[in-house]
Design a protein around this ligand. Structure first.
Ligand code: BGC
Length: 763
């Protein structure tokens, strides 16, 4: 069943992997899929609960520290652990690793928003019990993580003891061998309070440096025939103990409310308590109903249906579900590279958001997309400050990786040097405008971001023989660093500059008051904007005559080629096995770079150049970054390489479910998850957002009978279905709209579905 993902493994490392796969989240709170009662000591586990953007700062230790290197780095924290529940049957502690498992399954319910674990167990002394765990992080009350446990003693049990704990003494995970995971600073929280007060267990922690506080206020409840209760608080932990007599069923619930000083003010305990009070009359079943309503709406806008491959169907739903769980829904937060499912990349936000995940929300849930843009706006001052440190007189340089604004990348060649992130952010503002036509947002928020990033380009590049050139930057391909005229960066900067000039003109002509305020605030003049326009128009875009391709940068094609077939499989990903300089010396790409630019700005080049470039770069791309397959799939679709498009799609759709990159235990690959949606909608359905409207060029993969999805455009909700005979478009919400199907305009209105017999068009 594609809505329910079931896992039955009980071995390590599978359990570790399932902690990520069965993690829960709601954009604010994330809880890994650990067992409430834990595993045996010898098993590894990353037991984690995270709050989006809740972080500490740690000093970056350099061997040699040069001017402008970031001093501190942010780090998402594993916060107070409220998952723990131990169950004793008489004197025996319930554990899945002792006794006999008569039945076990656990499932993620993607249409209903919870995880459950169903167990039928016989203890070593032969006592039998059925236990049903359910847990959820509420999409409605974002601070809430709730657990419900039904215990059904079957045979000869006199007493069931439940010990429910909230633990404030927690640490982060570290791995010295993998640069994608933190290598130190595991412990970053002091326990400030751990006490029991009235109906609540209260634990409060404080970060070492940022002085942020997090509280967890927990309420438990039990429905049992006869029981006694006691509680105890130690230095860092509060325990509640229920002793239930007789061989009778028990229903136990645990509602954990988390608050933090970033969002809830300084009285975090008080705020959490208020939320608990509001939830007093709410049962776990009520929460499930709310989840269902929320998700019904989400899936109505976001579902992708694939008829013809159940495994891929499962993959795409799983990816969409986790995107929803991970995306920040308040202006403090964004989507980190691993979402809220693990600690890889330390909870940092990258360009992954704008290029791989933002478009999914833009086309399905624009309000969430808008919040992502507002987050970037909230760190604009940090980006301005960073530009100054880098020696720029003006402009904003967005950090390569960050939580609250300051640059957190210690390795500048593949970090800060990726200036393209500023153009990527500008690009997402433009896409948002083209899809929503939200003029007010463009004026009030977008314009400033476009202007400040345009300034950065003019200050970074220079005119050379009538062409605008940008030196010493790194493009998306992290195996080629600090180069002159990276095609991707230049073409994205061009787009950024020309749009900035255009938006300036638009505001100047239409809203004098706003124009005066903005130009005064930014000290912006017509002369400066003329420079942007000129830099954009004269932007140098490297092209190689011999190969008839866009060169990745000025020197790329002069380097020796690395024959990837000669590298043994265990040497991948290459970043873990070769010194960076060894990689930089060769034509070898970690991920799509020029090919990605051809996707984002396809009208900049002829079909022939795009095709030649794809053929060339595909040979030397390792896809060591999970951000790569989806782009190659989309472009393969565009170029008519149907088999390849499908193969690359297969790599993306189940990357985490199949752990094909080997590190899903550290968290899910969120950009790839967004990318798998892009491969369907931008790849197979050929969607492109252009100035004159929305273009679609659908083609059905041979392996499928049909696929269908919803998208939003100009406030309309549209349903599109492609099968072997036809393509149909149906307006679900909103008024008449025109779309382009294979370049031909079609009008959609609520009266009737538009059906196009596709074979007439294509063959
Ligand atoms: C990729 C980057 C990406 C980062 C976080 C790296 O491996 O090369 O493009 O931003 O991972 O996902």
């Amino acid at each position: 069943m594609a809505w329910k993902l079931t896992k039955c493994e009980l071995d390590n490392p599978n359990l570790l992997l399932d902690e990520s796969i069965l993690s829960l989240g709601n954009g604010y709170l994330g809880v890994r899929g650990n067992f409430e009662e834990g595993y045996p000591e010898s098993f590894s586990s990353i037991r984690g609960t995270y709050i989006n953007a809740f972080h500490d700062e740690v000093e970056i230790v350099y061997g040699e520290k040069l001017y402008g290197y970031p001093v501190m780095q942010q780090k998402i924290l594993n916060v107070i652990d409220a998952q723990s529940v131990q169950i004793y049957l008489d004197d025996e502690l319930f554990s899945m690793f002792e006794g006999e498992i008569i039945h076990f399954e656990r499932s993620l319910h993607m249409e209903a928003g919870f995880v459950e674990r169903i167990i039928h167990w016989k203890s070593p002394k032969g006592k039998e019990v059925k236990i049903h765990f359910r847990r959820l992080t509420s999409f409605i009350t974002r601070e809430l993580f709730a657990i419900a446990i039904n215990i059904e003693p079957i045979d000869g049990i006199r007493q069931v003891k439940i010990i429910s704990a909230v633990e404030g003494d927690v640490s982060n995970f570290v791995d010295l061998r993998d640069p994608r995971v933190a290598s130190g600073h595991a412990k970053r929280l002091y326990v400030m309070e751990a006490r029991k007060e009235e109906d609540y267990s209260i634990v409060k922690d404080l970060t070492y440096v940022t002085q942020l506080e997090v509280a967890c206020v927990t309420a438990t409840d039990i429905c049992a025939e006869k029981y006694s209760y006691e509680s105890q608080a130690a230095e860092s932990r509060v325990e509640e103990i229920y002793l239930c007599e007789g061989n009778r069923p028990i229903e136990f619930t645990k509602f954990n409310v988390y608050t933090d000083t970033l969002r809830h003010g300084i009285e975090v305990v008080e705020e959490a308590r208020k939320i608990q009070e509001r939830l007093e009359e709410t049962s776990f079943e009520d929460l499930l109903m709310e989840q269902r309503e929320y998700l019904d709406r989400f899936w109505l806008h976001s579902d992708v249906e694939i008829d013809g491959d159940a495994a891929l169907q499962e993959g795409i739903r799983f990816n969409l579900y986790h995107l929803l769980q991970s995306v920040g829904k308040d202006p403090h937060s964004n989507i980190s590279a691993k979402g809220l499912s693990g600690e890889g990349y330390e909870g940092h936000y990258f360009w992954d958001t704008e290029i791989f995940m933002f478009p999914v929300f833009l086309m399905t849930n624009p309000e969430i997309a808008k919040n992502l843009l507002l987050y970037r706006y909230s760190i604009l001052d940090s980006a301005r400050a960073r530009a100054t440190v880098l020696g720029h007189k003006k402009g904003a340089l967005f950090p390569w990786r960050t939580i609250n604004g300051p640059e957190s990348s210690a390795f500048f060649p593949a970090g800060t040097a990726q200036y393209h992130i500023s153009a990527d952010i500008a690009y997402s503002y433009i896409q948002y405008y083209l899809v929503t036509k939200d003029e007010a947002f463009l004026k009030d928020v977008g314009a400033e971001v476009l202007f400040e990033t345009a300034r950065l380009w003019v200050d970074t590049g220079h005119m050379d023989n009538g062409q605008f050139k940008i030196d010493c930057v790194t493009g998306p391909d992290e195996y080629t660093c600090i180069v002159n005229n990276n095609y991707y960066t230049n073409v994205m900067a061009k787009h950024n500059l020309l749009w900035a000039a255009r938006v300036y003109q638009q505001i100047k002509e239409n809203d004098e008051m706003h124009f005066d305020r903005l130009t005064e605030h930014l000290k912006l003049t017509d002369e400066e904007v003329t420079e942007w326009r000129e830099a954009g128009e004269k932007m140098f875009l490297p092209y190689n005559e011999a190969y008839k391709i866009n060169a990745q940068d000025d020197s790329f094609l002069q380097k020796a080629r690395w024959n990837l077939d000669e590298i043994p499989p265990y040497k991948f990903p290459m970043l873990l096995n070769y010194h960076p300089l060894a990689l930089y010396r060769y034509q070898v790409c970690k991920q799509a770079d020029t090919v990605l630019a051809h996707f984002l700005l396809e009208d900049e080049q002829s079909f022939e150049t795009i095709k030649n470039s794809y053929d060339y770069y595909e040979q030397i791309t390792t896809h060591d970054s999970s951000l790569s397959y989806c782009i190659f799939s989309i472009m393969a679709s565009k170029l008519g390489y149907r088999e390849k498009a499908y193969q690359y799609f297969q790599e993306t759709a189940r990357l985490d479910l199949d752990n094909s990159h080997g590190n899903t235990k550290d968290g899910l690959h969120m950009a790839n998850m967004g990318g798998s949606w892009l491969t369907i909608v931008y790849g197979f359905a050929g969607l492109r957002i252009k100035e004159d409207g929305l273009h679609l060029a659908p083609a059905l993969p041979d392996e499928w009978n049909s696929f269908a999805f919803h998208f939003q455009f100009h406030g309309r909700l549209i349903y599109m279905r492609i099968d072997k005979e036809s393509v149909s478009y149906q307006l679900i919400e909103g008024g008449k709209v025109i779309l382009f199907h294979h370049e031909e305009p079609i009008e959609l209105s609520s009266e009737k579905k538009v059906e196009i017999r596709q074979y007439e068009k294509w063959h």
